[in-house]
Design a binder for this molecule. Structure first.
Ligand code: NAD
Ligand code: G6P
Ligand code: MN
Length: 436
């Protein structure tokens, strides 16, 4: 028997998960799949449940599907718990994106002030979920967390949750790998990457084609102008890095580094969106409305194409592959958020990193990376320190620590700004900040 519980089951991404589990059913026989949500998500949950049911029936697989608002009941004897929640919903995200912009700094849901407040809202809830997992799920249950900011949430669970079976997941490494596969015209599964850093703040420092290091070829393509752009995502603008940057760093920045290395351009375009009441959260509200109208169509029994408009498209492939490799001890390489355990020697032993790991029945075993190239070390240490301070503040409710973290974040241009942004965001989000 294999019982999987999805917390935040009403997410518009759930049909991808369902599709992923259907496609893998021959080798990964999920017997029970429970979709859990909360009162305010009841209608979404119902629509998702009905669509999922049609998909499962069409595929004729033996997955028994359930929907519930009773998390503890659902967690009983679970093998895998997948978390994909948005505490405060898209309305809170609108504030995460708009308030910082009104103070002249970037508003982003996983980086800077927005990311910090998403972490402060989310970490207490996920730690509660962890308590329920310890109480109700199987002793060897795994928590697979997509909830953003995924790196910080996973770090907080490891440091403060007294639980060491949590893995954080993001679709960016997989998307980059797929885009590199297109560039080199090879199958994605013939490629492996060396990546170093943390969630949404990492670099690709090598790419192996059938095991052969090929980073120099890739860098040459950028530097020669043969490739116009480094990989990007639906939710992130495609901006062109300079040749000097790519050539000198000898690494490919992940698309989220736009915010840090092209701050001015990114800020300008976000300001325009702000003026047009069309920051990403506002855009996502529209996309989501259309998606749910489509999902409600009783004739629909597959994942609709429109889901590709979301930045998280294809994340389910990562999620389902991870579950599959743990269950079947595949020992393949995947890119996950997991405890460093000394594999990146410049990061704390007990911190969470995003990196390549071998996925076994005993969970991810991160590959030895060694030292961080010195040109990348500064920015990575800054962000890791920010993350650690935010996690500590999320658990202790230490406002001063949270404000100091914000001042250290490169997207915040002054301590005075950090203080005023914090104050306004704190007021706006205080219903979701029980720890303070
Ligand atoms: P969403 O707004 O649709 O939220 C998903 C569901 O969570 C909703 O139905 C909501 O009612 C429910 N929810 C909120 N609080 C809950 C709680 N305490 N318990 C149970 N359910 C709760 O959000 P979404 O766009 O589907 O994204 C969900 C999360 O996944 C976000 O945190 C988002 O940032 C993250 N995400 C991460 C990745 C990744 O790469 N790791 C990719 C996509 C989305
Ligand atoms: C990417 C990131 C996710 C993030 C998503 C946002 O996929 O990896 O962590 O949640 O983009 O997409 P959205 O459509 O919500 O802006
Ligand atoms: Mn992500």
């Amino acid at each position: 028997d294999l019982k999987v519980v999805v917390i935040g089951g009403g997410s518009s991404y759930t049909p991808e998960l369902i599709e992923g589990f259907i496609n893998r059913y021959d080798e990964l026989k999920i017997t029970e799949l429970h979709l859990v949500d909360i009162e305010s998500g009841k209608d979404k949950l119902k629509t998702i449940y009905n669509l999922s049911k049609r998909m499962i029936e069409k595929a004729n697989v033996g997955i028994k599907l359930f929907q519930t608002l009773d998390r503890q009941e659902a967690l009983k004897d679970a093998d895998f718990v997948l978390t994909q929640i948005r505490v405060g919903g898209l309305d809170a995200r609108v504030l995460d994106e708009r308030i910082p912009l009104s103070h002249g700094i970037i508003g982003q849901e996983t980086n800077g002030a927005g990311g910090m407040f998403k972490a402060l809202r989310t970490i207490p809830v996920v730690l509660d979920i962890v308590e329920d997992i310890k109480k109700y799920a199987k002793k060897d249950a795994w928590l697979i967390n997509f909830t953003n900011p995924a790196g910080m949430v996973t770090e907080a669970v490891n440091r403060y949750g007294d639980f060491d079976r949590a893995v954080g997941l993001c679709n960016v490494p997989v998307n980059m790998k797929n885009q590199f596969a297109e560039i080199f015209k090879v199958e994605p599964d013939t490629i492996e990457l060396d990546i170093v850093g943390v969630n949404h703040h990492f670099f690709v420092t090598d790419i192996f084609l059938e095991g052969k290091s090929s980073i120099d070829e890739l860098l040459d393509m950028y530097v020669s102008g043969e490739l116009q752009n480094t990989p990007t995502m639906k939710n992130i603008e495609s901006l062109q890095w300079s040749k000097s940057l790519i050539k000198s760093l000898e690494a490919i920045p992940n698309p989220y580094l736009n915010y840090y290395f092209m701050t001015k351009e990114q800020l300008q375009s976000e300001r325009d969106q702000y003026e047009e009441n069309n920051v990403r959260a506002e855009e996502v509200k529209k996309i989501e409305k259309e998606l749910f109208e489509e999902y409600a169509d009783p004739d629909l029994d597959v994942k609709p194409k429109a889901l590709e408009e979301r930045g998280g498209a294809y994340y389910s492939d990562a999620a389902c592959s991870l579950v599959d490799s743990i269950v079947n001890n595949r020992r393949d390489i995947q890119y996950v958020n997991t405890l460093n355990k000394g594999t990146v020697t410049d990061f704390p032993y007990e911190s969470v990193i995003e990196g390549a790991a071998i996925i076994t029945n005993d969970g991810p075993k991160p590959l030895n990376y060694g030292k961080i190239p010195y040109k990348l070390n500064g920015t990575l240490q800054t962000i890791k320190t920010f993350e650690r301070m935010v996690c500590e503040a999320a658990v202790t409710g230490d406002k001063d620590l949270a404000i100091a973290a914000l001042t250290l974040n490169p997207l915040v241009d002054s301590d005075t700004v950090a203080n005023s942004v914090f104050k306004e965001m704190f007021e706006a989000h205080k219903d979701y900040l029980p720890q303070f």
